[in-house]
Design a protein around this ligand. Structure first.
Ligand code: PGA
Length: 253
């Protein structure tokens, strides 16, 4: 059975004000949505409540949660708190957080907290660079094995994996990844998960692509790359481009 595709917008630390966030959200809501596709927007925490009041049409997520459920953790926000505000997804292990020192052991704890609290984790994995020795396979295997360590078998299929090669992300990207490069890694991720949990537990896990996704390359990633969807950064801040990516994905579905 084909998995339902998903498009996730990662707004990162944007836009600069609540007013701009509302305007962007309203413009995205003007797009065409169908039940054939899941669409999720992950704004900064502080905009969640505002956006939820405007419409419940697009499920919301966040870009991080604490690795603890409550207590003396200055500056942290818990999974239960964001669930209470309406979030149902959480991006975890993004390369920008890994670059700030977040390690797989902590990401693993966050995934466990998210699942226990009813949030669907969007786990980001990906190598910083490619080398001729194909060491990126080891990097990705290591991330997957540590991040999935000890997860409750019944909730594993609620985790989604976003393959985001760091070299293809953001305005400093070396180049775009190709759909073939995505497909190769997606197959590898499935193999690693399969070896760990068995096909039945992991067959519903969606493997999505992230890194300079735009209206021009989206179709190829879905058709040739067989991506189950996208994690979109920059182009999720442009309502026209984001809704175009949604439209294209729906059409080729
Ligand atoms: P990008 O970001 O689409 O701007 O490359 C993707 C991401 O970091 O999730």
């Amino acid at each position: 059975m084909q998995k339902k595709k998903i498009i996730v917008g990662n707004w990162k630390m944007n836009p600069e004000s609540g007013k701009l966030a509302e305007a962007l959200y309203k413009n995205i809501l003007k797009g065409k949505f169908s039940s054939k596709l899941d669409v999720v927007i992950c704004p900064p925490f502080v905009y969640l409540e505002k956006l939820k009041k405007i419409s419940k049409k697009i499920p919301l997520g966040v870009q991080n949660i604490s690795h603890k459920d409550k207590g003396a953790f200055t500056g942290e926000v818990s999974g239960d708190m964001v669930y209470d505000l309406g979030a149902r997804y959480v991006i975890l292990g993004h390369s920008e957080r890994r670059a700030m020192g977040e390690e797989d052991e902590v990401i693993n704890q966050k995934i466990k907290i998210a699942l226990a609290g009813g949030l669907n984790p969007i786990l980001c994995v990906g190598e910083k660079k490619r080398d001729d020795n194909h060491d990126y396979f080891n990097v990705i295997r290591n991330q997957i094995e540590k991040d999935f360590n000890g997860l409750n078998k019944n909730s594993i299929s609620n985790v989604m994996v976003a393959y985001e090669p760091v070299w293809a992300i953001g305005k400093d990207a070396v180049r775009e990844a190709t759909p073939e490069e995505f497909r190769e890694v997606a197959v590898f991720i499935k193999k690693v998960l399969n070896d760990k949990f068995g096909v039945n537990l992991i067959k519903d896990i969606r493997i999505i692509y992230g890194g300079s996704v735009n209206p021009k390359n989206a179709q190829d990633f879905i058709i040739s790359g067989e991506a189950d969807g996208f994690l979109v950064g920059r182009d999720s801040l442009d309502a026209k481009k984001f809704t175009k990516i949604i439209e294209i994905t729906e059409k080729v579905n």
